[in-house]
Design a protein. Sequence first.
Length: 286
Amino acid sequence: MVRWIAALVGLAFAGVLAIALVITVSGVVSDSTPKIWTGAPKSAETEFHKHPRDAGLSSAGVFGKFDKQQLQRGFQVYKEVCSACHSLKYVAFRDLAGLGYSEGQVKAIAAGFDNIPSVNPDTGEAATRKGVPADHFPLAFANDIAARAANNNAIPPDLSYMTRARHGGADYVYSLLTGYQDQPAALLKEFPEAKTPNGLHFNPYFANLNIAMPPPLRSEGQVQYSDGTKPTVDNMARDVAAFLTWTADPNLETRHQYGFMAVIFLLASSLLAFGAYRNVWRDVKH
């Protein structure tokens, strides 16, 4: 009886592991392959929307790690280009130490933002001050009304968790930034009513193909890198995608390490359990 119970427990354990493996593999496959529309009405979106291209980041994959030089370049792109419209309200200046900046550099970066909301201690009226490491990045606009007024009635999203919020993550950000183009003639021929409206911009990586944001990265040299990296549009897009991967998941490397250790632990435990099983039942004919 005990032997049968032990066998059933072992089978149950193996079954749970098999189910978990199948779910994990299917999730990885579904996230890494283009979605195939089946039965969806034929439209410009279903026919001409593109799956994000691979950004080729060092942080991708099970053993991925951040390239801190690339993260610093990405932060520079965000600061000089993206921050004009997009906020990072869930990121504190002191978090930038994770990019390899020293304490003094973090303080200097924080002080460079002189629009931190504050209160005048003498009058009690609203005021602004220079940032300190404990502050979070300030909002790009005072409120949604101001954001809409400056962006063709669209509210630029906060970028803190953008690579987590969009299918494709960093690949989506990279593809979107480098995907602006004129509408294909084939699209207008098949769907003449789908012409991009005035004030919007065609981008096949955006969900409905037309995005309110104009191309933020327009030409080579828009940002001047100090480490000698050529500031092409492709490189700038890849670098800021890497930076936004870090803002959304700064503990990525630690998670990968713990995951690898967990796999090793499970394998070692399984071997020990099998050895114990063979030892306990060594005198019983199998």
